[in-house]
Design a protein around this ligand. Sequence first.
Ligand code: GLU
Length: 445
Amino acid sequence: MNKQNIVTRFPPSPTGTLHIGGARTALFNWLFARHHNGAFVLRIEDTDQARSTKENTEIIIESLKWLGFDWDEGPYFQSQRTEIYNECIEKLLSSGKAYYCHCNPEDLERKRVEAKELGLKPKYDGTCRNLGLGKAPGTVVRLKSPLTGRTTFKDLVKGVISIDNDELDDLILQRSDGSFTYNFAVVVDDSKMGITYVIRGDDHVNNTPRQILIYQALGEPIPQYAHLPMILGPDRTRLSKRHGATSVLAYKEMGILPNALVNALARLGWSHGDQEKFSVQELIDLFSLEHVGRSAGIFNMEKLLDLNGKYIREEDDTHLADLLIPFFANLGCSDLNREKVKGAVRTLKKRSNTLVDMAQGALFYFREISFDKEADEKFLRPELVELLEDLLSALKGAAVFDQNELEKIFSAFLEKHQIKLGKVAQPLRVALTGKAVSPGVFEVM
Ligand code: GLU
């Protein structure tokens, strides 16, 4: 395999934002390119003008950047490539590999219904195939597909796939309004951009033989294909909104770290022994298509949260503080001192699985405490007032306010009153944080 020549691509349609499935496709293409020192191309497939939006394009790009998938070329926009597509249509028409079809949609529909009634496959009957018709209003351009033989390719995940050409239609390349179909535009782009590996979801596997016929008609080399298995939720049904957030930016807003999400995405269909946790560099070093399995990947939110907690614990405090500041702002706490946030991070990173958890858990440091009713009633009992006041005056005498000194003051205090730490620790925790659960009392203090 010539490493320099590997070129992959990610071609999202901006008819929606970037979802988990798309992000997994982008990741595998990116990893494969990086592993082989190849190139990764970003192409925005915005030919469906009615459903594509600029906003979705921006969200897709922002999501890819957040995940850290940098591209070497692009973003290309299909909407800006009309001239290139037209040239290829001309080439196919003049070489007799494509033809104008004048059949009107009503006739085609009627024929489709009739074929179905006769139990035949509803495909184009080839009426205009050999008529040598020219362009006229309402005409489409069709591929003159071979009528005999088979189209076969070796999918790098699924193995050999083969289909009778007889099953394939003379598919439309250019519609009557001048727009181009997905199968045509994608082949033109992939060949012009020198794509050598097409790695995509297996919902496209049926398009592949059709696309191969277009490559052959254009006389262009056919790339390698790897169709990735579906992604399911923990209940083994296709991943959807029912299983929680699907858009990548929703995970960012939830306080998932990008590398934790990348790690979880990598495990959707790819594996390396039993290893669960990988750094991005390890993924690049280890990734190969041979280890993409045929069975569906299962996306499990609980596992992601667990993994995210591990990434949070490994993250540098200053970086976490910077990441956390916008989450505090969302909770109404702005203009925070970075050093203080860092202090809060130190007490909470052990116990938080998301940045949202962490910010919520640290709010008591930065704004007036609101008391949890149950904790208040249970632990802040009137009979403890005297004891706590005595503790307060002892604490006021602290030479320095650090954990060591606090421990000393506490042991003298407990000795004096002949009580156990348990008697004051929980009331103190509630008094300081408003809650019955928090980081360690000494740390909080
Ligand atoms: N724009 C297509 C999609 O988002 C690309 C499919 C392909 O990779 O060929 O599904």
